[in-house]
Ligand binder design. Structure first.
Ligand code: SDX
Length: 430
């Protein structure tokens, strides 16, 4: 039976070391024994942007980038998108198993009855400028929420964590909708507990003077599926932020604000907004070849937004589902004219060696924005919509980190290449 270990020879000393292999990894701390002298600090691993570093053990989400596989707690995303609903998937991601009927009813009741936010949150949000970016409003308001729930600091109390998780999943649509209404200059619309999670979100966004908002079932379902598709994605940039900031034992609202800030970036959750801007910039199918040429000659500056992925080197399975979902939405809303440009852009890119060689395929953000726009969301709201679904994943990753006995405060090392010691020079001599 081959030994689960690595034998390395340090050519500087000729010494050999045996490093155990566990779960396809070596512990980087095992490298520290490799020294050239007793006072030597020992070897470290160097891995900018964590291209090949596992920061944790997790049971939440599995991705196979080469095969284009995505599973939440072992269930394929295709089956969950087809047969489940967001609140059930949120339960699965957070609790680890599909709920029984009673468990789901209780979960729905808890989430539904935590949708309202303190009235002072409205005053806080009123302070933003009329054209404030809704993701900036969302991120800062999530941090502000921590000041309303001081019990959230009891992070090692399971009951307290459970209540905060209810509050976070329940309140993110309310805060997202308030941010939207603020940018539109509309009065805030309150939650309607008779509606589903996605239906109530549509209600808080689009309710005008009618006594009771009635969501379009096709749009309600499309939004619910989009929340499912965005719910988690293992150790992406924002999940890493949630874990890293959470490892300081701060409350989950503050950690989630950090995760939301990470998601805001155009290389991450802000890509869906950037895709729409890119499609508008291209403007028509005949301008696609010139745009593709610019990207290829742009030396990485200009990117084909919505394409590429750190893990997927195949078609993002979520993009396939969203592409099909778009047809259902456009049945109701009318086809988004930018769809033809997106389809032609994808066709050309998938045949172009530059993209094929780099294994750049459409990711979750390439088509989602077309649906959001057809649902009448301004592009600035797209990352906020991403954050609503991803809150379930963030809180699941946060709790898993807290309960992992191997974890402690995240504090990476560095390779120091700066000056050695040198003496201070008074200003008169500089
Ligand atoms: C999300 O991590 C997750 O799971 C994220 C996410 C989730 O659910 O949490 O899936 C959500 O963030 C999806 C990604 C959304 N971002 C975009 O669509 C922005 C455009 N994509 C790129 O910025 C890029 O593909 C990343 C950021 C997604 C991945 O970047 P990597 O893994 O660091 O890859 P890289 O930048 O090293 O690219 C490798 C090569 C480079 O060219 P060379 O230096 O080898 O010549 O591919 C090129 C890059 O320039 N490249 C692109 C490109 N993406 C990579 N060139 C043109 N257009 C692109 N989109």
């Amino acid at each position: 039976m081959p030994k689960e270990s690595l034998t390395v020879t340090d050519n500087r000393t000729g010494k050999q070391y045996e490093l155990p292999i566990e779960n396809g990894t070596i512990r980087t701390t095992d490298l520290r024994q490799i020294k050239v002298s007793p006072e030597d600090f020992g070897l470290m691993g160097y891995d900018p942007a964590f291209m090949n570093t596992a920061s944790c053990k997790s049971k939440v989400t599995f991705i196979d980038g080469d095969k284009g596989i995505l599973r939440y707690r072992g269930y394929p995303i295709e089956q969950l998108a087809e047969q489940s609903n967001f609140l059930e998937v949120a339960y699965l991601i957070v609790q680890g198993e599909l709920p029984s009927k009673e468990q789901l009813e209780d979960w729905k009741y808890q989430i539904t009855h935590h949708t309202i936010v303190h009235e002072n949150i409205k005053k806080f949000m009123d302070g933003f400028h009329y054209d404030a970016h809704p993701m900036g409003m969302f991120t800062s308001t999530m941090a502000a929420l921590s000041t309303f729930y001081t019990d959230a600091k009891n992070i090692f109390d399971k009951e307290s964590r459970q209540i905060q998780i209810y509050r976070l999943i329940a309140k993110v649509p309310t805060i997202a909708a308030f941010a939207y209404r603020h940018t539109m200059g509309l009065p805030y619309a309150y939650p309607d507990n008779d509606l589903s999670y996605a239906g109530n979100f549509l209600n808080m966004l689009f309710k005008m003077t009618e006594p009771k908002y009635v969501p379009d079932p096709a749009l309600e379902r499309a939004l619910d599926v989009l929340f499912i598709l965005h719910a988690d994605h293992e150790q992406n940039c924002s999940a890493n932020a949630m874990r890293s900031v959470g490892s300081s034992q701060v409350d989950p609202y503050s950690a989630l604000a950090a995760a939301s800030a990470a998601l805001y970036g155009p290389l991450h959750g802000g890509a869906n907004e950037a895709v729409l801007r890119m499609l508008r910039e291209i403007g028509s199918k005949d301008k696609i070849p010139a745009f593709i040429k610019e990207v290829k000659e742009g030396k990485g500056e200009k990117k084909l937004m919505g394409f590429g992925h750190r893990v997927y080197k195949n078609y993002d399975p979520r993009a396939k589902i969203i592409k099909k979902l778009a047809d259902d939405v456009f049945e109701v809303t009318g086809k988004n004219p930018l769809l033809d440009i997106a389809l032609e852009l994808e066709r050309i890119a998938l045949e172009d060696d530059y993209f094929v060689k780099r294994k750049l395929y459409p990711n979750v953000d390439f088509y989602s924005g077309l649906i959001y726009q057809a649902l009448r969301f301004p592009v600035e709201m797209f990352p906020v919509l991403f954050a609503i679904g991803r809150t379930a994943g963030w809180v699941a990753q946060w709790e898993e980190m807290l309960l992992d006995t191997e974890q402690k405060i995240a504090r990476p090392r560095q390779v120091y290449l700066g000056y050695a010691s040198r003496d201070y020079v008074p200003i008169v001599r500089r």
